[in-house]
Design a protein around this ligand. Structure first.
Ligand code: AHZ
Length: 305
């Protein structure tokens, strides 16, 4: 219950449990210099979270674009999409508690992040400083890139991110011509998705959207999720499987190959290498930015047609 001031004394705040606090304690510090919090009830905290979270879930059950995975590719895509189209309801589903994927570090647990030109343009756009090495630039800490990008993405009013939530299937429907198209995602809280083998059926939830952008990274416990599901759902004959490291071939292949691989589904970032059988680039992140930007433009094109 919200705090209610008594009618007898406007300097006194009285709560449902009968406790009351004098208004003089509602200041930041008392006369002895001790920090004083404004009083709160436990139920207020619960309701403040529940109301907003479930209102978001209710509203985003139908989205314009769902981005699966908030690594460097997914976040670059979200930024480009949200900044160019404030009218779109963009919903990001991230399986991990911490969004950012592999972009908290540069490579082999080292902090500097290498980005090949011309992707340095994106750094200037989001306001991340770097050292220029000629053909490439270096951000002093990968976390500076990821935290800046993440904070900008989350500040857009049209973006909702649900982390600790996994996409565990795709919605696949027949369109009016009888062709199969991806029309949404099937979600579950990640802790539930990881426990399907230990519990009886724990059914999921759905989000429908005309465009799904999958950015789940290369193969791993959850990575390359949509590419793998396309195969098991009969929409793709087989995976190309990511090839060995070749920076010079890998980066252009990922950016230029970013596309709608099946109606309604765009692949971006390293997930595409598993679909197409292209090389990995190792610890250079320009292609993740370029691919994310291209995926955003593809999505806008699909929505506008
Ligand atoms: O948690 C995953 C990560 O944050 C998330 N994800 C994976 N499966 C998911 C699912 N539902 C929801 N089923 C899921 N979220 O997707 C994110 C992928 O981020 P990433 O950093 O792994 O991929 P990326 O393509 O954005 O960046 C790849 C970076 C790499 S890997 C690489 C190499 O190995 O050579 N080189 C680079 C630059």
């Amino acid at each position: 219950m919200a705090p209610v001031a008594t009618t007898q004394d406007q300097n006194q705040t009285t709560y449902a449990n009968g406790n009351s606090v004098s208004a003089k304690y509602d200041i930041l510090e008392d006369y002895q210099g001790n920090y004083r919090f404004a009083p709160i009830e436990e139920a207020q905290v619960s309701r403040a979270m529940i109301k907003r979270y479930f209102t978001s879930m209710y509203e985003r059950a139908v989205s314009d674009v769902v981005i699966v995975g908030a690594g460097s590719a997914g976040l670059s895509c979200a930024y480009t999409l949200a900044s160019s189209r404030p009218d779109l309801k963009i919903t990001i589903i991230e399986a991990n508690v911490a969004p950012g994927g592999g972009a908290w570090l540069g490579g082999q647990l080292m902090t500097p992040m290498v980005i090949r030109k011309p992707a340095d343009r994106f750094l200037r756009e989001i306001g991340v400083d770097y050292e220029d090495e000629g053909n490439f630039v270096v951000v002093k800490h990968a976390a500076l890139f990821t935290s800046t990008l993440l904070s900008k993405v989350l500040a857009f009013p049209n973006v909702v991110m649900m982390n600790a939530t996994a996409v565990e299937d795709l919605i696949v429907v027949n369109d009016f011509e009888g062709k199969q198209r991806v029309a949404g995602v099937v979600t579950n809280w990640t802790l539930v998705a990881l426990n399907h083998d230990t519990q009886s059926c724990m059914d999921p939830n759905t989000i429908t959207a005309p465009v799904i952008i999958s950015a789940t990274g290369h193969d791993g416990p959850m990575g390359a999720f949509s590419a793998k599901r396309l195969v098991s759902a009969g929409l793709l004959k087989e995976l190309g499987n990511m090839r060995g490291l070749d920076m010079n071939r890998a980066e252009p292949a990922i950016v230029n190959g970013t596309r709608e691989v099946t109606p309604g589904l765009i692949l971006t970032g390293m997930e595409l290498s598993e679909h197409d059988g292209s090389n990995r680039m190792g610890p250079t992140f320009g292609a993740m930015i370029g691919s994310g930007v291209k995926a955003a433009k593809e999505a806008i094109h699909i929505l506008d047609v």
